[in-house]
Design a protein around this ligand. Structure first.
Ligand code: NAD
Ligand code: FE2
Length: 387
């Protein structure tokens, strides 16, 4: 067996209504005055009420909330949240929301704990000290940001996603409360579920480190998503299906935090930054194409996963891998997601525009861990097939 390293620093607590314990958890971590970061939709629809009650019941003297977080948050938003936290002397963070909120909270924590300009910390492993106590409560079941080592923040000046990657970015505690997800509408349920499936299937083949620990998490995560995402999408009140997909998304993120993601994420980051498409839906469209592009390099593990998931009995890895890719395509149809970029509203690119977009894909850190190296021509080929 090859040597490997596996680490997952975040304590994971799962249970219905566990979100209400957030303040107790922050206090256990040494925080006294947390900044609650969330978004306007969640506030306006009273979706974080149980957390705010927990703060009051726990004796928090001043509840400080920052909710001006847009989808696919950006550097300006992080700087504003940081100023707000400093004005109110916050010493810890409770993030309640989807990936956009949790990533904003992680980046705000960098500024709060370490000071200086956020941009100085971008890239991989440029944070060398622990941050302030942070509790993450996901309200989508997709990004896994509640346990992952990364935060994705948009730089509005040149329309690209910046990656911040460090083990210190993993929140201290993730509170997985399926009740927080029941209000997520079907399209976002499907889209975020496909983000999690992409994490699992890319983690299986990505190259930071291959380990049976990470593979086991990724394969089980994929099994839960194939089995429960259609149910969660059809009936949002199905708490069992919400629970299974929520845990699956956390497991997939632990896997990709150790193993990496790959070309599908690089394509989705560049497309999302340019055309404001949702991260999960964009991954969903590219996923079968990315898997086919990697097939020659990944068929042994994809074949094994296909057999473990019951999609194929064939011992021929090409055949079994193809069955796995077909299963992904069928899942997209079943949960009502588009299967091409045109249906997603991405304009047809050519010439200079296509070249510039292609450069974004090639420069995206996610592509470093793809099992097969991709040239400009390869990227353009995938784009055209996905269009
Ligand atoms: N850090 C990571 O490990 C990681 C991994 C993958 C993606 N991401 C990033 O996460 C972001 C996407 O996050 P997302 O897919 O969770 O979407 P999101 O956070 O952008 O939320 C999408 C929409 O869903 C709404 N919403 C959230 N929870 C809801 C609920 N329970 N009920 C009703 N509406 C709800 C939000 O208000 C928002 O309008 C992207 O920026 C992506 O790059 C980060
Ligand atoms: Fe993702």
């Amino acid at each position: 067996m090859n040597p490997f390293v596996f680490q997952s620093p975040t304590k994971v607590v799962f249970g219905e209504h566990v979100a209400a314990t957030a303040y107790e958890v922050v206090k256990d971590l040494g925080g006294t005055k947390p900044l609650v970061i969330t978004d306007k939709f969640l506030i306006e629809n009273n979706l974080i009420a149980s957390i705010l009650e927990g703060l009051k019941d726990g004796g928090c003297e001043e509840v400080v909330i920052y909710s001006d977080v847009p989808a696919d948050s950006d550097v300006d938003c992080v700087n504003k949240a940081h100023r707000y936290a400093k004005q109110h002397s916050c010493d810890s963070i409770i993030a309640v929301g989807g990936g956009s909120v949790m990533d904003t909270a992680k980046a705000t924590n960098i500024c709060l704990a370490l000071g200086g300009d956020l941009l100085d910390y971008q890239g991989l492993n440029n944070i060398e000290n622990p941050l302030a106590p942070m509790v993450a409560i996901p309200t989508t079941a997709g990004t896994g940001s509640e346990v992952s080592y990364v935060a994705m923040i948009k730089d509005n000046t040149d329309h690209r996603k910046l990656v911040f990657g460090s083990r210190y970015l993993a929140p201290d505690v993730a509170l997985l409360d399926p009740i927080m997800i029941v209000s997520l509408p079907p399209k976002l349920t499907a889209a975020t579920g496909l983000d999690a499936l992409t994490h699992a299937l890319e983690a299986l083949v990505a190259t930071i480190t291959n380990s049976p620990v990470s593979d086991a998490l990724a394969i089980e995560s994929a099994r839960l998503i194939f089995n429960y995402l259609p149910r969660a999408t059809k009936n949002g009140d199905d708490v069992e299906a919400r629970s299974q997909t929520l845990v699956a998304s956390t497991m997939a993120a632990i896997a990709f935090s150790n193993s990496g993601v790959g070309i599908v994420h690089a394509l989705a980051h560049a497309t999302g930054a340019r055309f404001k498409t949702h991260h999960g839906i964009t991954n969903a469209v590219y996923l079968p194409h990315g898997m086919r592009f990697n097939l020659e390099y990944s068929k042994a593990i994809y074949g094994r996963a296909a057999r473990a998931l019951g999609f194929s009995n064939s011992l021929d890895d090409n055949e079994a891998s193809e069955a796995l890719i077909k299963a992904v395509e069928l899942l997209l149809v079943e949960v009502g997601l588009p299967s091409n970029l045109k249906a997603l509203g991405v304009p047809e690119m050519d010439g200079k525009e296509l070249d510039e977009w292609c450069a974004l894909v090639i420069e995206d850190p996610a592509i470093m861990f793809n099992p097969r190296e991709a040239t400009n021509e390869d990227i353009i080929g995938i784009y055209k097939r996905a269009y």
